[in-house]
Design a protein around this ligand. Structure first.
Ligand code: SF4
Ligand code: SF4
Ligand code: SF4
Length: 130
């Protein structure tokens, strides 16, 4: 589930869940529907428990968890169980699966936040596509 921030015709920034070790979305969920998958170390969503309140969406610093309009529950990237289809299908070769260490978590998330705060992204409404 990738969100695209567009900057004119020449630049687009694909944004995907950073699988934060200290995930603001998990902390924000009042229904305990979010957790870390013990096998995959990815964000796990209990769709039975999700109430679609949207608190996780507001908490994610880069807007990478969504309420699906059809099923009315939260969705985010789960890394396709280790075989990311977006990487396989990107014909331009723009996407790579990178295994970051926990020490790099704050840096990589903050870097994306800084980019999104920069002109002309600043103030742009979330344009979320899956
Ligand atoms: S949805 Fe956002 S806050 Fe939650 S793990 Fe992914 S990037 Fe981090
Ligand atoms: S939308 Fe679902 S997963 Fe997100 S905070 Fe609300 S109950 Fe939790
Ligand atoms: S790894 Fe899978 S779930 Fe995550 S953005 Fe790529 S295709 Fe979507």
């Amino acid at each position: 589930m990738i969100r695209h921030e567009k900057r004119g015709l020449a630049f687009a920034l694909p944004l995907v869940c950073q699988q934060c070790e200290h995930a603001a979305c998990i902390d924000a969920c009042p229904a305990d529907a979010l957790s870390r998958d013990p096998q995959q170390s990815t964000l796990s969503i209990d769709h039975e428990a999700c109430t679609a309140c949207g608190d996780c969406c507001g908490a994610c610093p880069i807007g990478c968890i969504f309420i699906d309009g059809g099923s009315d529950v939260a969705f985010a990237c789960d890394l396709c169980k280790g075989e990311p289809q977006c990487v396989a299908f990107c014909h331009a070769g723009c996407l790579t699966l990178v295994d970051y260490g926990p020490d790099e978590e704050e840096h990589r998330v903050q870097r994306l936040v800084d980019i999104l705060k920069a002109e002309p992204f600043a103030g742009a409404p979330p344009e979320r596509s899956q």
